[in-house]
Design a protein around this ligand. Sequence first.
Ligand code: KIV
Length: 274
Amino acid sequence: MPAPFSFRNVQKVTTHVLLEMKLKEVKIAMLTAYDYSFARILEDTGIDVILVGDSASNVMAGHTSTLPITLNEMIYHASSVVRAVKRALVVVDLPFGTYQGNSKEALSSAVRIMKESGADAVKLEGGKEVVESIDRILTAGIPVMGHLGLTPQSIHKFGTYVVRATTEDEAAKLLKDAKLLDNAGCFGIVLEKIPAKLGGQVAKEVKIPVIGIGAGPEVDGQVLVLHDMLGITQEFSPRFLRRYHNLSEEVKGAINTYINDVKNLDFPNEREQY
Ligand code: KIV
């Protein structure tokens, strides 16, 4: 008898698979990755979506915001990830300044990401303000994911990382923007740091999958920054972040053991030399 269908058995996660998952109420698991080695580990786990997020600016390059990372740097990270991945859908953030206010530039930035990294889709932040850019990218056949709520590329406009869309007006604008992205043809939306009730409402009212990060449980999937959930980064602790590991402590333990072994002439031993 053939094995019952499971999304875990699909050979390649596509935007259509994600839509099917939403329709069948199977939750979507997404994590970030920025390099080949971690992407290989993620791929081995059967994760559905890998996001090459512009959070690379923080966790890989040590900047205090996502603004400084460049298109070339994003392409470098994305192509490293793509080399490790066969099954997961790889989505790449368009970095700040490469798509806002100029749809021609948005298209050429998205084309560069797709051509030079081999990724499956791009993601960008914003609603109505960026819909012209989204339209243009979509006309080239490039799948686009939206990102609403807390949009880190606009941090200087808002001045704070507090929960977004807590007033009625802001919630109404977010819902309108989500419907706009849905109607424009985006294949999904990330919702960041908004009230759980609103997250659930958006997921109900749009046809496309909604992936939350601090948007409650009633969305179609969840995303976290890999380095945060593994406990590699320590300083960032928002309420929505569940740490699944304390990797920085484990790594420090291993490195301290190595240092002691070197200093005590315990490494290399007889079997570890020629
Ligand atoms: O850049 C990123 O990691 C993101 C996630 C927070 C969704 O956009």
